[in-house]
Unconditional design. Structure first.
Length: 230
């Protein structure tokens, strides 16, 4: 069964071009030309991946990304003429998996789609046997993307949950920001790594004072680690 791709762009030419290339690679392709239609189509078709433009009528790409992330962790690749670091960081913080700046080569977009889908499949297989990490007052569950703090479920965006899962699965290992972008976000990120700092800050707000047996610690000049105390 072929993967289903939703292409969202208000430029009909771009939609048709990407549809042509993707169908040539045996993907099933749906298109939407405004944000509201994109959300509706996502609900009705449940695509495996979304190519999402930012500047859209009715509802912009940021909001579409937020709406999708409320119900799904399906990969999202942002498409936009906006190449500023701020836009890339915002997209990643909202849960996007990759970011392609216009003008782009359609073959490159197809290659990125293949890489993201392959990584998603690999990640799914890798956590088949172990999808839950438990510490004192903390439970991270990747089966249903749930974070529990002292037994209470805490609303957590997918990337935050994946980040704390990655830390907690490798206690006392120090990670640089670039390593985290590569291993958690899973793509070559060109630009500011502040997005890692933002995610760590938000996690700390959720986890502050939960236990004296572990902590999400800054290793100054290097990065971060999930430190456990024996």
């Amino acid at each position: 069964m072929s993967n289903k791709i939703l292409v969202v762009d208000d430029d009909l030419h771009i939609c048709e071009l990407l549809k042509l290339y993707l169908e040539n690679e045996s993907y099933t392709v749906y298109t939407a030309n405004d944000g509201q239609t994109a959300v509706d189509t996502f609900h009705s078709k449940s695509p495996d991946l979304v190519l999402l433009d930012i500047m859209l009528p009715k509802m912009d790409g940021w909001q579409v990304c937020r709406e999708i992330r409320k119900i799904s962790s399906a990969p999202i690749i942002m498409l936009s003429a906006k190449g500023e670091t701020f836009d890339k960081v915002l997209g990643l913080e909202l849960g996007a998996d990759d970011y392609v700046t216009k003008p782009f080569d359609a073959k490159e977009v197809v290659a990125r789609i293949k890489a993201v889908l392959r990584r998603t499949k690999d990640d799914s297989e890798a956590v088949t046997e172990k999808k839950t990490v438990v510490y004192d007052g903390l439970e991270i569950n990747l089966v249903n993307y749930e974070l529990k703090v002292k037994g209470v479920a805490v609303d957590t965006p997918p990337k935050e949950l994946e980040l704390i899962y990655h830390f907690a699965s490798n206690p006392n290992r120090v990670y640089t920001r670039d390593q985290l972008l590569d291993e958690v976000w899973g793509f070559d990120y060109y630009g500011d790594s502040r997005t890692v700092d933002v995610h760590v800050k938000r996690l700390r707000e959720k986890l502050e004072g939960v236990s004296d047996k572990w902590t999400l610690k800054t290793v100054w000049g290097v990065g971060y680690k999930f430190e456990t105390k024996e």
